[in-house]
Design a protein around this ligand. Structure first.
Ligand code: PRP
Ligand code: URA
Length: 209
């Protein structure tokens, strides 16, 4: 645990280029984020445990496999995390979805929690916290603290782009949490934006600004 995985799958990297492009409009941006989230979910779930079962095919009884062990919970950080949920749910449709509402105060860059609603059994689930951006790390850090305070035991963090500063914060405060990324960028600018990044993920997803 406490590992950082950067997915270098060609499809993820190709789509990420268009996500970064400032000329990509809201509709295409949303579609690309959805597709990258789905591809990342495929990679993240590689280590889920399996159990052997029997299934009756039209021909005979076959030994086959189904997922075993803990059920999955998705926890998007509002608002930008919402843009990744449908993509992940295409692969894990039975996952329950909790929400943590946080925004970064533009002056202090500190996260402010304004909403939380979680499945009742989060302590029994493998939770995937979802947010396209891990910048200072404040938002994801607070979200993970909130989940642990409420009993969560197994948490993974899935972001499209991270800054090294944010990754260090999560590794320091939550060494039990693995981090999954499509890209590790260079740095933060003076306003806490990831460089080169993609700009403001929430605004680009929802067409606000
Ligand atoms: C963005 C992003 C993360 C956070 C990352 O959200 O979606 O939640 O910033 O920054 P941090 O690592 O420095 O905390 P924002 O606060 O802009 O809110 P929004 O999703 O509602 O647009
Ligand atoms: N939040 C964003 O949406 N983009 C950044 O670059 C940093 C935080």
């Amino acid at each position: 645990m406490g590992n950082v995985f950067v997915f270098d799958h060609p499809l993820i990297q190709h789509k990420l280029t268009y996500i970064r492009d400032k000329n990509t409009g809201t509709k295409e941006f949303r579609e690309l984020v959805d597709e990258v989230a789905m591809l990342m979910a495929f990679e993240i779930t590689r280590d889920l445990p399996l159990q052997e079962v029997e299934v009756e095919t039209p021909v005979t009884i076959a030994k086959s496999k189904t997922l075993a062990g803990k059920k999955i919970g998705l926890v998007p950080i509002l608002r930008a995390g919402i843009g990744m949920v449908d993509g992940v749910r295409k692969l894990i449709p039975a996952a329950k979805v909790g929400h943590v509402g946080l925004y970064r105060d533009p002056e202090t860059l500190k996260p402010v929690e304004y909403y939380i609603k979680l499945p009742s059994d989060i302590n029994e689930r493998e939770l995937i916290v979802i947010d396209p951006m891990l910048a200072t790390g404040g938002s994801a850090n607070d979200a993970i603290h909130s989940l642990k305070k409420r009993g969560a035991k197994n948490i993974r963090l899935m972001c499209i782009i991270a800054a090294p500063e944010g990754v260090e914060v999560i590794k320091r405060d939550h060494p039990d949490v693995d981090i999954y990324l499509a890209a590790m960028d260079e740095k933060l600018d003076d306003h806490g934006y990831i460089v080169p990044g993609l700009g403001d993920a929430g605004d680009r997803l929802f067409g606000t600004k």
